[in-house]
Unconditional design. Sequence first.
Length: 319
Amino acid sequence: MQIDLTALQQRAERLYARLSACDICPRKCGVNRTNGELGYCHSGTQPIVASYCAHRGEEPAISGTNGSGTIFFANCNLRCVFCQNYQISQNWQYQQNNVISIEKLAHSMLDLQKQGCHNINFVSPTHFVPQIVQATAQAVAQGLTLPLVYNTSGYDSLEILHELDGIIDIYLPDIKYSDDSMAFKYSDAAAYVAIARSAIKEMHRQAGELILDGHGIARSGVIVRHLILPHGIAGSRQSLRWLAREVSPDITVSLMSQYHPTHLTLNHPEINRHISRHEYDNVLSVLDECGLENGWVQDMIAPENYLPDFDKEGHPFEN
C-alpha cells in the first residue's frame, strides 16, 4: 500500500457517500443503500462476508506456503449461470445472515495477518469497495501491513478503481468473455467486454507487471485470470490476443481449466459439460501464438477439486 492513513480515511468517506445514490459498479443502480434500498447486488451499507480463511488453492504467488488471507464477500454484481460460488453469490436472502460490521471486517483482516497469511485477498469485492476501504483504514491503524489483493470478475467502474490507486497492491481480475452477447447470456453483464478491458488497463496502469519477493510471493502487480469455457464461448483467442497487444506482452496470465457445470447450467446444454482436451489444447496454443509466457496454466485434472462448499462449517475448500 502506497497511501497514508489520512488519505485512506478520506477516500473511505468519499466512497461511502456514493452509496446514497449507488454507482459503485458499472450497473449504477442509483439506489440509496444508506437508507436500506437494495439494487442489483442486494447489499446495503454493511459488508456481507460468507467466509474468511487461509486459502491454499490460489495461484502459487498468491497462496505461497502459508495461504492467502481470503475474504469471501457474499452477493455479486454478475449472475453467472455457471458460478462455482453460487451458494454465496446468488442466494442473497440467506446471505443476510452473514452481515457483519466494518469493525469485524477489519478484525478479520488482522486475524488473517496473525495466522501468517501472505496477503489479504478480497474475493468479489466490487459492490463492497466503500466498506473495504473503511475497514482497511481501521486495520492499518491497528497494524495491518500485508499486501491487498483485489480478486474480481472485471466488471468494475473506472471511477471506483481510480479511488483504489495506491491502496490495492495486487489486482486479480477475470477476463471472462470477448463477446458481449455471450457475457449477457451467461452472466447478465451488458457491455462486459469494454468494461472489463478498460478496468484491466487501469489496473495495469496502477500496479504494473507482477513483482515477486525472494520467496516467489507476489508483492504487487496484475494477474489476469481466464477460464476456458466449452465451445469457445469465452472467446479465449480474442481475449489473450488483446492482453498481449493492448496491455502488455509481459502480462501475467492464469489460464484455468477448472470449469465445472453447476448451478443453472442444466438450462444451457451447450455448457453443461466439462471442457474437452481439444478445447484445452487449442487455448494453450493461443498462449504460444501470443507470446504470453508469464503465469500459470492449470492441468487437465478433476475440476471437482476446486469446488468450494460454503454450507459446511469451517474452511470451504478443506475437509
